[in-house]
Design a protein around this ligand. Structure first.
Ligand SMILES: Nc1ncnc2c1ncn2[C@@H]1O[C@H](COP(=O)(O)OP(=O)(O)O)[C@@H](O)[C@H]1O
Ligand SMILES: [Mg+2]
Length: 381
């Protein structure tokens, strides 16, 4: 089976690494001119001339990032099967459509307004701050990632609103009520071509400045109601979208235990990298099994696992790999501020033993923020 992937970054590379043992081979279509995937074949297509060549070499198409022209995916659908579908892509790449779908399916999400001018931005900020007495989070409706294209305002002063419009506006924005979450979690699920669904255990995610730093799964003392709530929400999304492949739903957990949907990603996700070493079948393998029509693999966790992102600067592999239960995954990228260069997965026999390892490894990674989880405040680590 020849799998075509739109995009050629680390997610594509990890998909290919999982697909080779299944006998799959990969062709990447890169439109950025900077592919980092260094496996399989990559077509660099900055001026959109390689599509026919790409399609002639693949049996099925998937993608590793969602900021793709929907028209391109619709065009590909005329020639080859594409999973997830162009409809799933369209919804997941637009925060407005995503929130409307959450609401349609009765999935709670922060109150929001869509705006497209300085005046409507000012009204929305004033309205939400007055109503909730909380800050607002303002985001570009399309193209944001890793906290880019976002701003937080604590007051509705016209200076602050104007500065935000100048920095990220001039395009459609979404203004959301700020949620005082007790923690952020995500659920990853996979749906096959005949509609079978499997769910991974939810992970707790710790972000700093909008960038994911740690994902821990499965959660110690996980309340089964919480897992069921998350599964119910993602299952509704999978069915509504007649989805095939891996879908990720990011959620905020509030103090009363209720979950609120933040956003979703129509692909394998950074908060699911722990599954490479901590689950019976990785998210990458399950995504490929789904899109190529193979039976799905078990999604059970094998042991407490934590993914730690390597951002901006590499650690010393000699030192890191002395830690038992540490698996290093490097993406082959040059060091650069805020750039995801790789991750480590740490596995241990117990959550306590894992926390001790995380603490040790965080000190080996340059500029890594102190680990902090809802079940283990920084002070206890
Ligand atoms: N409404 C909100 N209330 C509180 N924090 C938020 C809100 N929206 C986003 N955040 C914080 O910003 C991070 C990044 O925002 P997100 O919408 O997930 O964008 P991205 O596409 O960059 O991941 C979230 O993981 C969360 O920590
Ligand atoms: Mg996010």
């Amino acid at each position: 089976m020849r799998v075509g992937i739109l995009g050629a970054g680390q997610l594509g590379q990890m998909l290919a690494l999982a697909g080779y043992p299944l006998g799959q081979r990969f062709v990447f279509l890169d439109t950025t001119g900077n592919p980092s995937a260094d496996i399989g074949q990559t077509l660099i297509d900055k001026d959109n001339t390689c599509l026919a060549e790409f399609l002639s070499q693949v049996d099925v198409v998937s993608y590793e990032f969602e900021h793709l022209p929907v028209a391109l995916v619709r065009e590909i659908e005329q020639h080859k099967p594409v999973y997830p579908s162009s409809r799933a892509l369209q919804v997941c790449q637009n925060r407005g459509l995503e929130k409307a779908l959450f609401t349609q399916l009765a999935i709670p999400t922060p109150e929001y307004h869509l705006v497209d001018s300085l005046e409507t931005l000012q009204q929305a900020v004033t309205d939400l701050i007055n109503k909730h007495n909380k800050p607002v989070v303002i985001k570009t409706v399309t193209e944001g990632y890793d906290g880019k294209g976002q701003a937080v305002l604590k007051t509705a002063s016209s200076e602050g609103v104007t500065a935000v419009w100048q920095r990220i506006g001039g395009r459609e924005l979404i203004v959301e009520a700020f949620i005082d979450f007790v923690r952020e979690v995500s659920i990853i699920a996979v749906r096959g071509q005949v509609g079978e669904v499997r769910f991974y255990p939810i992970a707790e995610n710790h972000h700093v400045d909008g960038i994911l730093r740690y994902s821990f799964a499965p959660l110690p003392n996980l309340n089964t109601d919480l897992q069921a709530q998350a599964e119910g929400y993602i299952n509704a999304l999978l069915n509504e979208l007649d989805y095939v492949g891996v879908l990720t739903l990011e959620l905020f957990q509030q103090a009363n235990g209720q979950l609120m949907a933040n956003e979703m990603a129509p692909r394998v996700h950074n908060s699911g990298h722990w599954t490479q070493n901590g689950a019976a079948t990785s998210q990458f393998e399950n995504h490929l099994r789904a899109v190529t029509g193979l039976p799905l693999g078990a999604t059970t966790a094998l042991s407490p696992t934590c993914m730690v992102n390597i951002i901006a600067k590499n650690g010393d592999a000699q030192q890191l790999l002395q830690e038992e239960g540490l698996h290093l995954h490097l993406y082959g990228k040059e060091e650069r501020a805020s750039r995801k260069l790789g991750h480590v997965n740490l596995v241990a026999a117990s959550s306590e033993a894992l926390l001790a390892k995380i603490n040790k490894v965080a000190k080996l990674l340059p500029d890594s923020p102190a680990p902090c989880f809802s079940f283990a405040p920084e002070s206890q680590l």
